[in-house]
Design a protein around this ligand. Structure first.
Ligand code: 5GP
Ligand code: ZN
Length: 114
């Protein structure tokens, strides 16, 4: 989609530090990391938010979870613990309107979030 920063990363129109890529999913380092490990895992298809997941595209979630598990292992946080977060909508703190899963780890994460 035009004017979507994550679609531009997918299309290599703007650079990102890519951690994983296949035909359906891409993961890259967040430009403004909130933890020692802060990756964004996104579908290559432009889906605006988790509210647009349905029967047809729901298989993507399984792929994203598989990628998150593998990245957690690669970054040695699979046993220590991590957080997989999907901010949704204005009050949820979503600032980029392309579905993304934050994989956060490498430090103790507080709860509740701000
Ligand atoms: P949200 O606030 O929508 O949950 O998360 C959007 C995330 O995208 C933020 O953590 C922000 O730092 C990250 N982000 C925004 N623009 C870019 C960019 O151009 N490159 C990268 N790597 N991350 C970005
Ligand atoms: Zn997009």
């Amino acid at each position: 989609m035009m004017d979507c920063v994550f679609c531009k990363i997918i299309n290599k129109e703007i650079p990102a530090k890519i951690a994983y890529e296949d035909d359906q999913v891409i993961a890259f380092h967040d430009i403004n990391p909130q933890a020692p490990i802060h990756l964004l895992i996104i579908p290559k298809k432009h889906i605006a938010s988790i509210m647009e997941i349905d029967e047809e595209n729901g298989g993507l979630l399984k792929e994203i979870v598989r990628v998150a598990q593998n990245l957690a292992k690669e970054n040695n946080i699979d046993k220590k613990g991590f957080r997989l977060v999907v901010n949704t909508g204005e009050e949820g703190g979503q600032t980029v309107q392309h579905l993304h899963f934050h994989l956060l780890g490498g430090r103790f994460l507080t709860w509740p979030p701000g």
